[in-house]
Ligand binder design. Structure first.
Ligand SMILES: Cc1ncc(COP(=O)(O)O)c(C=O)c1O
Length: 370
């Protein structure tokens, strides 16, 4: 869809990345680093000051002391952290539980690890799960891990403490690992609160938290991420990391430390900024009359296109037409759902105000597609 957006000069609300700048202090530091270095290989688990800054920042939010030497590895985005973790924790033939709708990378990553996916539906519009159905999945033979995106792309769901405790009790009962994708940890709205699975009683020992700087500091192209896990698991993850990628880019880790050391007010400001973008975009969708599910976190909305679809039109064809005729790109819902859906598209709003207003102006012409 990004390629199609470029070809059609459309506003790309498909692939999720900001069109505004990262914090200036980070790009200023990057300029300095380009003169002074470092420019050579870092040690494989990540530059010591990057890991120390991560341990301090993440330790604060996870409410525990994290050992930067033994419990953190720097990775190429959360993407690599997830792949390394899947390879480290599973054997070929194992099963991994995934909620549907899911972030599409997971399925490919699980297949790459020669494992099988067990889907459990998150039921719209609230995207709750049925605890009995979840336990049925845990009971299957060879289930090694549950992979959870929290806050969740594409549904915008933020798992409650009660839900996490229930999942935790099943992980403990059936001896299953929790692999958490927490890249949207700081993008939550209103009263919703992101709770780290590894902070739930009995879960530190069996949880890997994968996250990155991509979303929190608006640097998706820096490709900087990390995994946090207890030492026995981390030893295995580090080996996959070493032989997969050797290490993260040294100058970028150095510049990233500036962001990791921001005062806590930075995260409040980030939340306020995303709340502002969400308000502009969702109010605009309401005015146009496009139904959507209100996200609790992340920067995505799932919109219901039932009343705009032509007879026998697929959601993929709809998104192609939306790009070409309306000038806005979205992701077809079939990319995210195990269940048969054809009436959902995903839009994101990590954009400057002027981009959002322009996109809404274009979307107001959506009926011309009919
Ligand atoms: C849920 C989720 N996980 C991971 C990623 C990729 O993150 P990273 O840039 O850290 O590799 C994305 C990017 O869109 C995402 O939405």
């Amino acid at each position: 869809m990004t390629r199609l957006a470029i070809a059609n000069n459309a506003i790309n609300l498909a692939q999720g990345f900001p069109d505004f700048d990262p914090p200036k202090a980070m790009t200023d530091r990057l300029k300095e680093v380009s003169d002074k270095g470092p420019h050579q290989y870092p040690i494989t688990m990540g530059a010591p000051n990057y890991r120390a800054a991560l341990a301090k920042k993440c330790g604060h939010f996870m409410n525990r002391t994290i050992n930067p030497e033994t419990e953190i590895v720097a990775t190429i985005g959360s993407t690599e952290a997830m792949v390394d973790t899947l390879f480290a924790l599973t054997n070929p033939g194992d099963k991994v539980i995934v909620f549907s709708p899911y972030f599409e990378n997971y399925i490919a990553q699980i297949i790459m690890a020669n494992c099988e996916v067990v889907f459990v539906p998150l039921i719209p519009p609230a995207f709750n799960f049925n605890p009995e159905e979840l336990e049925k999945a845990f009971k299957q033979p060879d289930v090694k891990a549950i992979l959870i995106c929290n806050p969740s792309n594409p549904s915008g769901k933020v798992f409650t403490e009660a839900e996490l405790k229930l999942i935790a009790s099943l992980c403990i009962k059936y001896d299953v690992y929790a692999i958490m994708d927490e890249v949207y940890e700081h993008i939550v709205y209103g009263e919703n609160k992101h709770i780290y699975m590894n902070s739930i009683s009995g879960m530190w020992e069996r949880t890997v938290s994968c996250s990155s700087l991509s979303k929190t500091y608006s640097v998706t192209g820096w490709r900087l991420g990390y995994a946090i896990a207890p030492e026995p698991i981390m030893q295995r993850i580090k080996q996959y990391h070493d032989f997969n990628t050797v290490g993260c880019p040294s100058p970028l880790m150095e510049a990233a430390v500036t962001g990791l050391e921001f005062p806590l007010s930075y995260y409040d400001e980030l939340k306020a900024h995303y709340t502002h973008m969400k308000t502009i975009f969702t109010e605009g969708l309401k005015d146009i009359g496009i139904p959507f599910t209100d996200p609790q976190g992340t920067y995505f909305v799932l919109a219901d296109i039932s009343s705009f679809l032509k007879k026998n039109q697929t959601d993929i064809e709809f998104c192609e037409e939306l790009t070409a005729k309306v000038g806005v790109s979205a992701v077809p819902g079939t990319s995210f759902f195990k269940e048969k859906v054809n009436n959902i598209i995903r839009l994101h709003y990590a954009k400057k105000d002027e981009t959002l207003y322009k996109a809404l102006d274009r979307l107001s012409g959506i009926r011309k597609m009919l």
